[in-house]
Design a protein around this ligand. Structure first.
Ligand code: SF4
Length: 560
């Protein structure tokens, strides 16, 4: 479809308004302001016309943000040293921090938590609220925000990134323009920063085309499924933080749960499940519902009310899975670049730090008016000298051994703790998550479907949870789940794996329904999608591509 597009020049364009993208925007603006005051500003940043823009697919900053979350304030302290005086919404401070191994009916306290995994004194936060607050800070500094706008395609000229084309609005399911059609814009920039979070669709395309992942481990993921619960007072003290291992996950499936008391009456509870479990029925949503059936967890929740739901993947591959962080006119920050400590299951502080380092690099590049890969490689040099590198280096081999089960993974973790992250060998390789999925011939028991029952009080089916995510999309738009070859779904995948998409999607977007021909056909409900990206990662044939739907659509996570 040939479309006439408006074009707009900005100096720096950030794609994605999460912690890393907004940290880049805030820190760069502050650096420019400080240099302006001291009269040292050069290049395009010295001009009154200088423009820094953030495009964000959610309608408001934070709407698509989901995490546990307990924040290590290290990154925030560097970015906004007086953040405590700026009304950042915080839940309780952690005052009780423990880990339990859950058996089917009981729990055993893990006697020792390595210092890196201790959280005493940190605050529990809602990532949605933190990011909304960061968005306000950025806008107060004059950053131009295009919320409700998705980056749809990158612009490359002579191998150099020159910005993105934003999403077209008002296209119907058949791809025709509706009466409200509005063409996406060419946002042309000197430097583009990809800050799309885990498995961003532009990042996936660009990293693959530019081979920025050459020689690296493939990125590995877990899917986190979370609910907020209002519970009767007196069950748990505000600031209590529990992590769990074991039930309901088996010894071959990496993952674990969390229970954070945001107040005496509000619980953040969730479970992460690795996407490299061999069983084609691996179901992060279903596992989380089973988790709540554990007698101890049931006793915390019973009589309470689930108020919010969400799901998101987390990039767990670590240091060896980080792509090259720069290219001509391009930088990668946050989880788009793998900034996540998988042992601590924390990435907010690292995402913010990556944004700070990117901003320093961009500031220097603007002064020199040199946006080449050579100039931007200073970002990687900064990273290599930073505390972020030290933190990630200590856990560089953490996640990979769990591909071979919890016993091998646990032993390796023990060895890493006494060898500074080396473990049994260095560097430990990994394979793409979807390659671990076993066919029916390798795992015949997976042929038997898992029947789950939900009581609507403690446990919920996917559609009830989707309702609690407040996800909303314009119905009459092309599907944003692109299936490269439907015949694989309806023939080969059905025979070999039993259509695992029905299980791994936590929002019931994929269903196999009987058609008039009495055969099972794939039925998609893209409007249910909570943008977790699990399908793009876990599909065993790699034929599902998640792309951003019309900007503004998706979950509206409030307090998550
Ligand atoms: Fe997640 Fe894909 Fe399901 Fe959307 S369709 S909720 S991205 S698994």
């Amino acid at each position: 479809m040939d479309v006439q597009r408006d074009s707009m020049d900005v100096d720096v364009l950030i794609v994605g308004g999460g912690p890393a993208g907004l940290a880049t925007a805030i820190h760069l603006t502050n650096l420019i302001e400080q240099a302006r005051e001291s009269g040292e500003l050069k290049g395009p940043a010295a001009s009154d016309e200088f423009m820094l823009a953030v495009v964000e697919k959610s309608a408001e900053f934070g709407d698509h943000m989901l995490s546990g979350a307990v924040i290590d304030p290290k990154g925030l302290d560097e970015l906004i040293p007086d953040w405590k005086e700026k009304d950042l919404p915080l839940a309780a401070k952690v005052n009780d921090d423990a880990m339990f191994y859950l058996t089917k009916g009981g729990r055993i306290k893990v006697p020792f938590l390595p210092p890196a995994m201790q959280n005493h004194g940190y605050h529990i936060v809602s990532l949605q609220q933190l990011v909304r607050w960061m968005g306000n800070q950025a806008e107060e500094l004059g950053v131009m925000a295009f919320t409700g706008t998705a980056g749809a395609q990158p612009i490359f000229e002579d191998g150099c990134c020159k910005g993105v084309i934003t999403d077209d609005k008002g296209i119907d399911k058949e791809g025709k323009q509706k009466s409200n059609f509005e063409a996406g814009m060419e946002l042309r920039s000197k430097i583009t920063v990809l800050a799309e979070g885990p498995r961003g669709h532009l990042t996936k395309q660009i990293v693959s085309e530019l081979k920025l992942d050459k020689g690296k481990n493939p990125q590995s993921y877990v899917t986190g499924v979370k609910e907020l619960w209002e519970i009767p007072k007196g069950r748990i003290k505000a600031g209590t933080m529990y992590h769990t291992l074991g039930f309901p996950l088996n010894m071959k499936t990496y993952g674990g749960g969390w229970i954070y008391a945001m107040s005496d009456e509000l619980l953040s509870i969730g479970l992460v499940t690795a996407l490299n479990a061999g069983d084609s029925r691996n179901d992060p949503h279903g596992n989380f519902q089973s988790y709540k059936m554990h007698p101890w967890i049931k006793s915390l929740l019973q009589g309470g009310k689930m108020t919010k739901y969400g799901a998101k993947t987390i990039s767990e591959g670590g240091y060896f899975a980080m792509p090259q962080l720069y290219h001509d006119g391009l930088l990668l920050v946050g989880e788009s670049a793998g900034f996540l400590d998988s042992m601590r299951l924390k990435g907010i502080h690292l995402g913010i730090k990556s944004g700070i380092m990117a901003a320093q690099t961009i500031f220097d590049a603007l002064n020199r008016e040199d946006y080449s890969a050579n100039s931007l490689s200073a970002y990687d040099e900064r990273f290599q000298r930073s505390w972020a590198k030290n933190e990630l280096w200590k856990v560089r081999n953490f996640h990979q051994p769990y591909e071979h089960g919890l016993i091998f993974g646990g032993m390796n973790t023990g060895a890493q703790l006494v060898t500074g992250g080396r473990g049994f060998s260095d560097r430990i390789q990994a394979k793409p998550d979807h390659e671990s999925m076993k066919t029916f011939s390798a795992m015949p028991e997976a042929k038997k479907p898992i029947e789950r029952k939900f009581d609507g009080e403690l446990t919920f089916d996917k559609l009830s949870d989707v309702y609690a995510s407040s996800t909303n999309h314009e119905e009459h738009q092309p599907s944003h789940l692109k299936i490269a070859d439907l015949s694989i779904c309806e023939d080969r995948c059905k025979r070999e794996y039993g259509n695992p998409c029905q299980y791994f999607c936590p929002a019931q977007v994929y269903e196999m329904v009987e058609g008039d021909d009495k055969e099972l056909h794939l039925q998609l409900s893209p409007s249910n999608c909570v943008h977790c990206k699990t399908c793009d990662i876990a599909d065993p044939y790699g034929i599902i591509t998640w792309v951003a739907p019309e900007g503004g659509g998706g979950p509206q996570y409030s307090g998550l």
